[in-house]
Write a protein that binds this ligand. Structure first.
Ligand SMILES: Nc1nc2c(ncn2[C@@H]2O[C@H](COP(=O)(O)OP(=O)(O)OP(=O)(O)O)[C@@H](O)[C@H]2O)c(=O)[nH]1
Ligand SMILES: [Mg+2]
Length: 349
């Protein structure tokens, strides 16, 4: 159990980002801090913020030849920037950013449906719950989605169910839906919107029976391609894009800056989710699990003692001799369990 929780100042906001691997969580963090700092893409071009190392490929507009773009503020083993076919973020990490009187703690997480399989997903979920237990409260749990997932993957569904199983139901009001890559759907949730509503209905009508709202006020659409543009055009990458494409990126930037302002306004209005609720619930669940075995042993022991007592009673009832003789053949049976203290605490594997 974590004994220390991160202390927070009044204008500190903690956001948790969740979503399938490759949906754009880490890119969103990089883009978001730029949207908060610069109003226009032209202003950002001189010195874009980059909190998380970036690596992606773009194809030449004329020749379709691929060029690898890298922007690494520092080497970071937490981000795989060498193989784009593998999940990038390895473990949960908090990125801190201050703008004016607001300090954001944005928790980036390894993607759900990790390229390394379900076991890795389960481990990631365990680590995530452990990681967020360091925070007293979280303002928003942001689920990132692409707008083109008409069928939200079964694995993603399973992981969401797992997560909501662990969270207290009061977290429902702090869940937001952030869509990335939305230029192609004119900055709307696209086909995913429908699939998402049906998944939320399942969560509402079947256990864990959580009613998560999903409407315009908690749904936000971005296209963070403008951050990719910034990364590609600054040294040492120095790529040049056609005017047409540049105009598209400017449109994406402007749309995303507007959504960023709406998102911040919404987040500020939320009552924070008390992570302690989750922890105490998880601890209670864990304690119940740990108590099952000793409780079974105790019940078994009581039952055996009762059977022994009944056997002795029937001997006494049938006995015809005197009390001295009786004393030699019966006695009150009593078996007790001895708890054994271990030298070290032992965690369940
Ligand atoms: N066009 C476009 N590309 C995006 C957008 N968001 C992310 N990408 C690209 O999508 C790829 C994956 O983005 P990441 O930010 O690494 O995704 P992630 O969710 O952090 O992935 P994991 O760390 O593996 O969970 C990268 O090549 C990004 O440049 C977006 O809004 N528009
Ligand atoms: Mg990532």
């Amino acid at each position: 159990m974590q004994t220390q929780t991160k202390t927070m100042t009044k204008n500190e906001i903690t956001l948790l980002l969740l979503g399938e691997s490759g949906v754009g969580k880490s890119t969103f963090i990089n883009a978001f801090v730029n949207y908060m700092t610069y109003e226009t893409m032209a202003e950002a071009k001189d010195q874009p913020h980059c909190l998380i190392p970036v690596s992606f490929t773009v194809s030449d507009e004329e020749t379709y030849e691929l060029k690898t773009i890298k922007l690494c503020p520092h080497e970071d083993p937490n981000e795989n920037t060498t193989d784009s076919t593998r999940s990038a973020t390895q473990t949960s990490r908090c990125y801190r950013f201050t703008d004016g009187n607001i300090t954001l703690n944005i928790i980036d997480t390894p993607g759900i449906a990790d390229t390394e399989g379900i076991e890795r997903d389960n481990k990631n979920m365990e680590n995530l719950l452990n990681f967020i237990s360091n925070y007293r409260e979280i303002k928003a749990i942001c689920v990132l989605l692409k707008p083109t997932e008409a069928r939200i993957g079964a694995l993603f569904k399973y992981c969401l169910l797992q997560l909501f199983n662990h969270l207290n139901k009061s977290a429902a009001d702090n869940i937001l839906f952030l869509f990335t890559n939305t230029r192609s759907t004119r900055y709307s949730p696209g086909d995913t919107g429908h699939a998402l509503k049906s998944l939320l209905n399942t969560l509402k009508n079947k256990p864990p029976n959580v009613d998560i709202p999903c409407n315009k006020s908690n749904t936000f659409c971005f296209d963070n391609e403008s951050f990719r543009y910034l990364a590609a055009t600054v040294p040492p990458n120095d790529l040049v894009f056609s005017d047409d494409l540049t105009q598209e990126y400017i449109r994406s930037w402007n749309q995303s800056v507007e959504e960023c302002a709406r998102l911040l306004q919404y987040i500020v209005s939320l009552t924070p989710y008390n992570v302690m609720d989750t922890i105490s619930l998880n601890n209670a669940k864990q304690n119940i699990q740990l108590l099952i075995e000793p409780l079974v042993d105790i019940s078994k022991n009581i039952a055996e003692n009762i059977i022994d007592c009944e056997r002795q009673m029937s001997v006494i009832k049938k006995f015809k001799g005197d009390i001295q003789e009786l004393n030699t053949i019966v006695g009150v049976p009593f078996k007790s369990l001895k708890p054994k203290l271990l030298d070290n605490p032992c965690t369940a594997m």
